[in-house]
Write a protein that binds this ligand. Sequence first.
Ligand code: FES
Length: 154
Amino acid sequence: MITLKVNGKEHQVDVEKDMPILWVVRDILGLTGTKFGCGVAQCGACMVHLDGDGVRSCITPVSRAIGKEIVTIEGLESSLSVPLQKAWVEHDVPQCGYCQSGQIMAAAILLREKSIPDDQDINSAMSANLCRCGTYQRIRSAIHTAAQLRNSQG
Ligand code: FES
């Protein structure tokens, strides 16, 4: 049994220590917001936060999360998730939608670190998150809007 903290709650899970975090959160805990994309840490669709850092959950063994906190898109703090969701809707960002959970988790880290990111900050923070539909321009615009919304929350 492994004790894991996920989205603020402790869970006991009976899994091998080398099982990727992705399968623990999706298949064991039923948190299906995190997506399987490439399976080899190349696309970013599976990004979760581990003690605040973005990790590729498809290749990160659950043993790395022992004593830390995993946050999936379902548990993203509302000061980030609300402005990001509003901005994503306003800019009609997703096309197929497959990459978008990972895009939002990457954008959340950027906004936590930089309250007013410029285009270069966004390009650099988001460069490892691939979108096969090419929604990059809308993602960039939505991050600018999310930053404004977040800053106006006070
Ligand atoms: Fe389809 Fe990004 S919206 S992969």
